[in-house]
Design a protein around this ligand. Structure first.
Ligand code: HEM
Ligand SMILES: *[C@@H]1O[C@H](CO)[C@@H](O)[C@H](O)[C@H]1NC(C)=O
Length: 490
């Protein structure tokens, strides 16, 4: 790595950072009259980051959480990570507290690398400003609006499968699925459809992603520096696209509802304020970022579990074939079709329980408050995590078993199944993700069965969950489905 060319600079930086973080943590933890939750702050600066990352590297991030719950307190414990003293809230009660107190005792918080890269987007906003911005973004991302983009998603899935899966004997799932989720996001958010343009943006996003969770030190060669450079290049692209779109909307060669970008340019909040150009750019950057690696991780995990459990695959296939049978050949998926995919969504939910792509997220204490007999001091960073509840045997019987029927009927206990977070800061893309995942499942199970080439391939968090070797599979075409229907869309 280029970093090694700067040993002196690095040492100095390390020293400065150490001093900064040590003072911060000492000041925080030596305040008097406090009954903090139990736990260990680990080593100076790094805290327990390395231990946390080791568990993530094994794809077993819940081990970090559950070991500490057992050792200290099942409800809440403290630790230190990313240079921040942190309190981890556990189980449905802990999740509920963080999710239902936004703007009261707590508010959303992201590490400074995230805030610096995503500048004026929703993730850096709090309070009423966040509410307004969220409402604007939701005019495009709510189920009612997304209905209209379903056939576009389906058409993109057709073309994608035709180009990247059809006729192949082996496929490396993880990089291939990215082409689908990224292309879909580019198309629906900003009508970027030219493949050269998309692959350029895609490699810029790879740079961006590597630096999102990193020490925010901005010198040539650092991960954060590369990410900043990539983000700026993407912003320039988006700027040109917006300029052209304004003209096209004016002379009616672009439609006001064609994508997220048109929505954001033409929709104002209740006071008549429009988002500024910078805010639009940063939000599209945010959604492109938040919206493709997450779904790609889930779809990859779906390949893994369906490959491991043929009876689950068979049931998904049966449901999807019934849907196809009710349609005319070549007709694209409709909203009613999606509503019928109950079993398939239960399968995807079980995948989200066992292999959540995002392990949790942060809040910050806005006031001193007490929780479970402990003091939670103002300013401390708080963390909720899927790991404290998704594998809890009292909430999910035989938690290690794959069992989609858990989601039938009333489903899991409230606040125990939280792959999308909860409360006012819950994932904005849940419906978008549900649609793109189901559309993909529909199209893939009807055309192929597959075999995992590395049956026990490990998945690891970096920072999102992904297969260590890219999940190579062997494909076998299924001949029940007439391949001619490709022709009409491909
Ligand atoms: C299966 C796929 C996905 C998963 C598991 C996921 C998970 C999450 C989680 C855990 C959070 C934090 C919630 C919290 O702090 O309470 C989040 C936030 C967010 N997600 Fe997703 N996400 C997914 C897909 C998407 C997609 C497709 C989009 C965009 C279309 C998206 C956009 C966002 C945004 C904008 C936020 C920030 C919301 C805010 O700060 O108010 N996500 N997501
Ligand atoms: C929070 O508690 C600390 C320590 O007890 C105290 O010094 C501080 O003034 C309190 N802050 C607020 C906003 O109540």
């Amino acid at each position: 790595m280029e970093e090694e060319a700067f040993p002196a600079l690095l040492a100095l930086l390390f020293l400065l950072l150490s001093l900064h973080f040590i003072t911060k943590i000492i000041v925080k933890t030596t305040r008097k009259h406090q009954n903090l939750p139990p736990g260990s702050l680990g080593w100076p600066i790094v805290g327990e980051t390395l231990e946390f990352m080791r568990c993530g590297g094994e794809g077993n991030h819940e081990r970090f959480i559950r070991e500490r719950m057992e050792k200290y307190d099942w409800r809440v414990f403290k630790t230190s990570m990313l240079g921040e003293a942190m309190i981890v809230f556990c189980g449905p009660a802990g999740n509920k507290l963080l999710f239902s107190n936004e703007n009261k005792n707590v508010q959303v918080w992201w590490p400074s690398s995230v805030r610096k890269l995503l500048r004026s987007s929703l993730v850096t906003k709090v309070g009423s400003e966040a509410k307004t911005m969220k409402r604007l973004l939701t005019t495009f991302l709510n189920p009612e609006a997304l209905k209209n983009y379903l056939s576009k998603m389906d058409a993109i899935a057709h073309t994608h499968i035709h180009t990247h899966w059809q006729g192949k004997e082996q496929v490396l799932v993880y990089p291939t699925v990215k082409k689908y989720t990224f292309e879909l996001a580019c198309s629906l958010f900003a009508s970027i459809e030219d493949s050269i343009h998309i692959s350029k943006l895609s490699s810029q996003f790879d740079e961006f992603l590597k630096g999102v969770i990193s020490f925010p030190v901005n010198f040539p060669g650092s991960r954060f520096h590369c990410a900043m450079r990539a983000a700026n290049a993407i912003r320039q692209e988006l700027k040109l696209i917006i300029k052209k779109r304004r003209v096209d909307l004016e002379d009616k060669s672009a439609s006001p509802t064609q994508d997220l970008l048109s929505h954001l340019l033409l929709t104002s909040d209740t006071t008549g304020r429009f988002l500024t150009e910078m805010e639009i750019i940063d939000n599209i950057l945010l959604l492109l970022f938040a919206g493709h690696d997450t779904s790609r991780s889930v779809i990859s995990s779906i390949f893994k579990y369906l490959g491991q459990f043929p009876q689950v695959y068979q049931q998904v296939l049966q449901e999807q074939l019934e849907i196809s049978e009710g349609k005319e050949a070549g007709q694209l998926l409709q909203w009613e079709d999606i509503q019928k995919m109950k079993y398939s969504w239960n399968v995807a939910s079980e995948v989200l329980r066992l292999s959540p792509p995002v392990t949790g997220s942060y809040r910050e204490a806005l006031t001193n408050f007490t929780y479970a007999d402990y003091t939670i001091p103002k300013g401390w960073k708080l963390l909720w995590s899927t790991g404290s509840s998704h594998k809890d045997p009292t909430l999910f019987s035989n938690p290690e078993n794959f069992d989609a029927s858990r989601f039938e009927g009333a489903g899991p206990t409230p606040f125990s199944f939280v792959p999308f977070g909860g409360g006012p800061r819950m994932c904005l893309g849940q419906e978008f993700a549900r649609l793109e995942i189901l559309v993909f499942m529909h199209n893939i199970v009807k055309r192929f069965t597959w075999e995992l080439l590395i049956p026990d391939e490990k998945f690891q968090y970096d920072p999102m969950l992904k297969p260590a070797k890219g999940l190579p599979i062997r494909l076998q075409p299924l001949h029940i489905y007439p391949t001619t229907s490709f022709a009409s869309h491909g």
